[in-house]
Design a protein around this ligand. Structure first.
Ligand SMILES: [Zn+2]
Length: 303
């Protein structure tokens, strides 16, 4: 028979054990989350949306560069390092986009980094040997992104293969629909008006796919921006080519294009999305919605 003192010890030990185990589950919530599926981090919001379409309910996707900021010259904040090191894989665009990536990856250890643009034929920047990163602005390239993400997810989580394949198939169908819609929409733009003038010349892949010439005050945000020579060159071009409308971007300083508009008398027809999806309530919260918004804005300005 246990005496009163020994009973007390048994009960006390049970309390200690229960206390320890519940404390452990509180200390490591990330372990519990990990068991529910893959945790994907992407460099910017557009990739986050596309990856989210493929992973569906089998995992979580986050992105680093906040909506409204541009991903070329982003400065990672301390919480970004934590987000990346807590993830199973880091999806980046590649093609010269994430110039801040090296510093980030060097500080987060062994996280696999996958460039989802792999296999795309790059368009080069003007006057040098670097690739233009904005491949996602042509739908056919995003289909390559989807297939690269699909293959990577299957490799990391083979038991989810059929779900990932069905999500990707559904999304590829939506992209086909978007492409058909774009081709139909742009029919109302006369050939001589097919000229997209924006601040950062990000629509080269879009232009190559859908038959538009493109021009920017500068070629890419990470280069020198907005010199009087760059602004003057676009003013001359707008006058010489009789450009019907100008456009500004949600993630680029609008003052340069405003100067060009004042000088030439040509209107800014609207704001387009290049390097980020739109915020909640914008109607451009996903890649597909932002592309629709862009095409509607181009067509209304140029037709
Ligand atoms: Zn850009």
């Amino acid at each position: 028979m246990l005496n009163r003192k020994k009973w007390f010890l048994v009960i006390f030990s049970v309390f200690v054990l229960v206390g320890c185990s519940s404390e452990e589950t509180h200390i490591n919530p990330s372990e519990a989350v990990e068991k529910e599926g893959l945790t994907i981090i992407t460099s910017f919001s557009i990739l986050g949306d596309i990856a989210g379409e493929i992973i569906g309910n089998r995992g979580t996707v986050e992105y680093l560069v906040p909506i409204g900021e541009e991903p070329h010259e982003y400065e990672p904040v301390p919480s970004d390092f934590q987000k990346v090191s807590d993830s199973d894989v880091f999806y980046v665009n590649g093609l010269n986009l994430e110039e801040w990536l090296e510093k980030l990856v060097a500080n987060v250890g062994e996280i696999p980094v996958v460039a989802v643009s792999d296999g795309i034929t790059p368009i080069m920047l003007e006057g040098n040997n670097e690739e233009d990163p904005h491949a996602w602005l042509a739908i056919e390239n995003v289909k390559t992104y989807v297939n690269n993400i699909l293959n990577d997810l299957i490799e990391r989580d083979p038991s989810g293969e059929s779900e990932y394949r069905s999500n990707a198939e559904q999304y590829l169908k939506e992209l086909d629909g978007l492409e058909a819609w774009i081709n139909e929409m742009i029919e109302s733009v006369p050939n001589e008006n097919r000229f997209i003038v924006v601040t950062e010349n990000a629509f080269k892949y879009f232009g190559a796919s859908y038959g538009f010439q493109t021009e920017g005050v500068w070629d890419i945000n990470s280069q020198e921006e907005g010199t009087p020579g760059q602004v003057g060159r676009v003013i001359d071009l707008v006058n010489d080519q009789q450009i019907p409308s100008l456009f500004v971007e949600t993630t680029v300083d609008k003052r340069y294009m405003q100067t060009i508009s004042l000088d030439t008398g040509v209107n800014i027809a609207g704001e387009v999305y290049t390097d980020a999806v739109g915020p909640e309530g914008s109607g451009a919260e996903t890649y597909i919605l932002m592309m629709k918004h862009n095409v509607e804005t181009f067509v209304s300005g140029l037709k």
